[in-house]
Design a protein. Structure first.
Length: 179
């Protein structure tokens, strides 16, 4: 009493129609999605042209206390550098104070004729330019401190500054040039 004839095409038709229905839904959703992206893009384009929206990527924020007075300039007079150093100390910007101490030390070396300051030179080129071994070693230590704090964005707390300042001042005083 079991009929083994093939009467299953009705089930196959239902599966086939649900499959094509899924593709139709996907295509419709795709059309609406593309239309939505185009409309949003058009809105942003209009806002950009009107100057309402700015798409420029903002630069990395500087850490607190990283305000730079200006880039080191070998032509800056020592009294200006010393005044900036005192201001950095007063404001608690010890990172800037270390940079200024280094600039003063480099300026003193230039004034005493031990180095020739050029913008394209690296700090370590100044160290290698020094003829006296003891001066080169001392300035090399200062260069390491400066680069760690300034370029390595190391922390420059008041305690760190007080620990390093005597080495800078001793070197600056040993250059023998008043200014």
């Amino acid at each position: 009493g079991v009929d083994y004839s093939e009467t299953a095409p009705e089930i196959a038709d239902a599966a086939e129609s649900s499959s094509s229905f899924g593709w139709l839904v996907f295509i419709e959703l795709l059309k609406y999605g593309v239309a939505l992206v185009l409309v949003v893009g058009l809105i942003f384009l209009v806002l950009k042209l009107l100057g309402v929206v700015n798409f420029k990527v903002q630069g990395k924020k500087k850490p607190i206390g990283a305000e730079i007075i200006e880039e080191p300039d070998p032509e800056t007079p020592l009294d200006v550098l010393n005044a900036a150093l005192n201001e950095a100390r007063k404001s608690g910007n010890y990172r800037e104070a270390v940079r200024l101490l280094y600039c003063i030390a480099l300026s003193r070396l230039a004034l005493s004729g031990k180095v020739t300051v050029k913008p394209e030179k690296t700090n370590w080129e100044y160290v290698s330019e020094l003829r006296e071994r003891t001066t080169a070693e001392a300035f090399g230590k200062l260069t390491g401190i400066y680069e760690l704090i300034w370029f390595g964005e190391g922390r420059a707390t008041e305690e760190e500054f007080k620990r390093h300042e005597p080495a800078f001042q001793s070197f600056i005083n040993s250059t023998g040039h008043e200014g």
